[in-house]
Design a protein around this ligand. Sequence first.
Ligand code: GTP
Ligand code: MG
Length: 265
Amino acid sequence: MKAMTLEARMRSLEYFHELRLLPGAWAVVRVDGRGFSRLTATGFEKPFDDRFAEYMRAVAVELLKDLQAIYAYQESDEVSVVVPPTWDLWDRELEKIVSISAAIAAATFTHATSRLAHFDSRLWMAPAVEDVIDYFRWRQADATRCALNGWCHWTLVKNGMSPGDATTKLHRKTFSHKNELLFQQGINFTNLPAWQRRGVGVYWESYQKEALDPHRNTAVTATRRRIKVNTELPIKGAYETFLRDLLLDPGKNGIRPCKTGSSVA
Ligand SMILES: Nc1nc2c(ncn2[C@@H]2O[C@H](COP(=O)(O)OP(=O)(O)OP(=O)(O)O)[C@@H](O)[C@H]2O)c(=O)[nH]1
Ligand SMILES: [Mg+2]
């Protein structure tokens, strides 16, 4: 049998390079800060820090643009970005998607903070848009759960309890128990900023802009699009409707995935 060329043999050992997103599947890529418990231990407010949130939103914006995605959702140290079944960037190669998304997140966060940050990245796939809606309902529920837990934990610690004792006190406690605990400390969970409890959505929106028609020298109204960073996301049925509209008809009102480098007015 004829020996493989060195080129063919080496290429064949790039074993996972053939893996691609399944045809016709929706895909979500989720990046998550690596060891961010340590990274955020000093220099950031607990449980929530406005600057940290800004940096993570910058990560979401970059991923939305670069991956030509429909929607990016950020909570805590993670960002989920959804691409439609027709998406064909990088020939749908799995290795490209996870490595480049992690690199974009790490570069954006590091550039914003001057702290060396790494992200991991993973892929989720499903055949139906309703699965994608469930995915984002799942992440939003996680945001709410983590926000309540974080607020309880750090309120107890700020009031003198050791972190270990605070963890023990909160272990296996119900949602309403934790709400009540916070309330007794003078904090009404439902009055805390929506972005902390619900996470943040990033997507394209259209808007009308006054412009000058240089040929006729008259004022005209042009439709432009820009990135919307929504810190007041709806919840439950309203969030599902919002997502369904966005996912099924991203072209409506000019909201559509953007080619990298195209103009953002
Ligand atoms: N101080 C502060 N910490 C935050 C903020 N947002 C997220 N974090 C922290 O980021 C961490 C995210 O949790 P994880 O992703 O589970 O923990 P991790 O240390 O990053 O671990 P791996 O992801 O497994 O590498 C938690 O410790 C959060 O408290 C914030 O606004 N302020
Ligand atoms: Mg993390």
